[in-house]
Design a protein around this ligand. Structure first.
Ligand code: TMP
Length: 237
């Protein structure tokens, strides 16, 4: 499979076409960003770590029956993926209060949320990814109600699988974000699952092992991401 033209360059990942129209190369760069792209930095090896971590997690979900975009690892920092028609929404599931939920409601960080809270955001950096709901999706035609329900079901299923996986390695899955696309009229999980798009806390110390280290200008980001990979048994070299 040959990587061809750059199709889309996001804040941390780049999509390339291949000589097979149904397949793309999803490349994880070393970039990291915050404040809707206003703050950007690079961390050596982040692309590699997130690519391998994402491939590992997506493979687990796939094996558990969740349709995902991944086909195979393409290189140390890229994965061959299905060419989905992406839905412009971010699906967030929260097991504990953190981030924007704490800011919005004034709930103490770390409060257990039972049942977990589901949030939906419209992907638009200029408008700071505003919160929306199913009624907006219908009115603006972002996704059908049937597909939206499938996506909601999949994020809750993924939460069960990932809660078990992370609990076994002494990590609390605080919250995470997923994105979906449509492939042959079926819902497929796309984009990524990595410490860039989830909050992961060490169970014993409650130390952060995710992008909040960057958002809050703390040290040890790559070491934390590597620790997550090592505990999961993901081979990085
Ligand atoms: P939030 O607390 O900022 O709403 O974020 C909830 C989770 O979603 C957190 O794990 C980070 C992730 N997330 C992204 O990956 N990308 C985004 O653009 C946003 C807003 C959140």
């Amino acid at each position: 499979m040959r990587k061809m033209m750059e199709l889309y360059r996001g804040k941390t990942k780049t999509l390339y076409s291949t000589d097979e129209p149904d397949l793309l190369v999803l490349e994880f760069r070393d970039d990291i960003s915050a404040l809707d792209g206003k703050r950007v930095d690079q961390f050596y090896r982040k692309g590699l770590i997130n690519n391998k971590l994402n491939y590992f997690i997506m493979s687990k979900l796939q094996k558990a029956g969740i349709p995902t975009q991944i086909k195979e690892l393409y290189s140390h920092n890229a994965t061959l993926v299905k060419n989905l028609k992406m839905v412009p929404l971010e699906f967030v599931l929260r097991n504990r209060a953190a981030g924007s939920l704490v800011k919005r409601l004034g709930i103490k960080e770390g409060t257990v949320l039972c049942p977990p809270v589901f949030d939906l955001f419209f992907k638009n950096d200029g408008k700071h990814d505003p919160m929306v709901n199913s009624s907006y999706c219908k009115t603006f035609g972002w996704v059908s109600q049937h597909h939206l329900l499938c996506m909601r079901k999949i994020i809750f299923q993924s939460n069960d699988i990932l809660n078990t996986l992370f609990s076994e390695i002494g990590v609390i899955l605080v919250d995470f974000k997923l994105e979906f696309g449509i492939w042959k009229d079926k819902v497929v999980l796309g984009d990524e699952f990595s410490p860039d798009s989830a909050r992961l806390w060490d169970k014993k110390t409650l130390n952060k092992m995710d992008k909040d280290l960057y958002r809050q200008a703390q040290v040890g980001l790559i070491e934390a991401y590597e620790e997550v990979a090592n505990r999961l048994g993901v081979k990085l070299d």
